[in-house]
Design a protein. Structure first.
Length: 188
């Protein structure tokens, strides 16, 4: 399974975003996890145009079981898996994992298959009919991360994250984002 992830050696344990879950998160995490707009736009308003994307992994593969269940994908159906690090001047800000089924890529006129170093949020929030379908949160312990993720993002503590099911033209995709200490410090 880890061949389809450079971030995780096993799947994180996600909590469905039910009533009361928000208040279990630290206030600075709530601010980011419940951001309704583009995280990229928010990062740029805070750090300027220096926000950059390092693509760690982009390949067709089989998503984790809970990802397939959330997107109602058959077991042997491959999706585009993309894992990235958003950073500013080398300071890691967010680790992200995106699962994009072929039908979603087709609905988005293939724009999502050719992102390169552009942030996903820059593209999907430009679609007029983007819908947010569901969201989960997780506290991911260091033992869950691959050594490569720990090294690239300097992970030395548990990290909070969110995963959101979005739909473009009724075709779904899954975006998981993990908040690194740099963005949780100071003002938000």
């Amino acid at each position: 399974m880890t061949a389809n992830s450079l971030l995780f050696n096993r799947e994180p344990l996600w909590l469905e975003n039910r009533q009361g879950v928000r208040h279990k998160l630290p206030v600075n995490v709530q601010s980011w996890a419940y951001e309704s707009g583009s995280l990229t736009k928010r990062l740029r308003s805070r750090y300027g145009d220096g926000v950059a994307v390092n693509v760690l992994l982009q390949r067709w593969g089989q998503p984790f079981l809970s990802e397939r269940c959330l997107l109602a994908l058959p077991e042997h159906r491959y999706s585009l898996i993309r894992e990235v690090l958003l950073h500013v001047n080398g300071k890691p800000l967010i680790l992200a994992r995106t699962i994009i089924p072929f039908a979603t890529i087709k609905a988005a006129n293939s724009n999502l298959a050719h992102l390169g170093n552009r942030p996903l949020g820059e593209i999907i929030f430009s679609y007029p009919k983007l819908e947010r379908i569901a969201m989960d949160v997780a506290l991911v312990k260091p033992a869950t991360w691959m050594p490569s993720a720990i090294a690239v993002a300097a992970i030395d503590q548990a990290l909070w994250g969110r995963r959101t099911v979005y739909a473009i033209a009724y075709k779904q995709m899954l975006v998981s984002e993990f908040f690194l200490p740099e963005i949780l410090e100071g003002h938000n």
